[in-house]
Design a binder for this molecule. Sequence first.
Ligand SMILES: [Cu+2]
Length: 387
Amino acid sequence: MQPSTPKGFSRRRFVGLGLGGAAALVGTTVLQAAQAQANTPTPTPHDMGAMSPDSEGEYDSHTAAMLVGAVDHERNGFDPMQMLVDWDYGSQTGAAENGSAIREYDVSAGDIEIEIAPGLFFPAWAYNARVPGPTIRCVEGDHLRIHFANYGSHPHTMHFHGFHPAEMDGVSGEYRGAVNPGDSFTYAFDADPFGCHLYHCHAQPLKRHIHKGMYGAFIIDPLEGRPPARELMMIMNAFDTNFDGGNEIYAVNTVGHEFMRRPIPIKVGELVRIYLINLVEFDLINSFHLHAHFFDYYDTGTTLQPTSRMIDTIAQVQGQRGILEFRSRYPGRYMFHAHVSEFAELGWMGFFNAVRPEDYDAALAEVGLDEEWDYKSTHGSAVEQEA
Ligand SMILES: [Cu+2]
């Protein structure tokens, strides 16, 4: 069956069959990119001066090591800051006999070029023209129908983590197998168990399909929901820009050092919940370290009680994920980054900006956000969206 409309791919950004690949390859290292940027007067979108001169030395030194310039999110068609709170609930198209919602999602695969660091482009394979793909969110027990259409140049699949019948496992060579270019398939299964999950392409060679950008978050909320919180989705990812089997850029939500330039606004005292997923290829382990805070951790998010309490660093192997919860005691900028220092220097480093509630609007405005972002961040649960 020929799919009709590619979701998220505009004519301008879509790299059609036979056009992609080699022409879009950029073999530059991040260092070269940074040097090239340093030689070019590149305007920065935010006033770095307001952020750094009076800060402690650590911030200044990290700023000096940062990628220079800014990524054009409009050209990319996605913004890492918006991806933190951009939940895709699909469409509720009815209810099953047991009262659970039927949710339908449209996902397209395609080839696009994305900017992963200032001036550094990567020929990605993407779901819905974004890396990571849409954050699919639903409630435990929902009946899911994911209509997948492949507009890309290679066969792809969607492999979901969670319980489902073997025919819905989305692995090439098994059952339905890979969906060829121009073809489509509907994955149908019930959302189970609740937790912080993921999906990714499972076509061969697997490593290539994943590192090219074919993955996304799959969040199943427990029936009773979780306590109200500011919720953020972070996928730790990385890019091998010169195809040497190692990564040149590391990030959360694709763009290196984005949250250094634009600290994530949170309120002192509020509960912050992070859905954290590691999809870095080539490197065996990744980690998340938060300065000046301790968090509770729910491994895989499949329990309502923390599996670790009062920790400030968590390690994840490929495909591992979990939920972090913490509260800020004091206003200020707090760094979060991989505790693998190399990853941090190559882009996987950011800031939370904890402010008092009365200063929150200003903190939002400082990084180009508005109350809509605040609302999505604090009303993310799919339980609230059930009709
Ligand atoms: Cu694929």
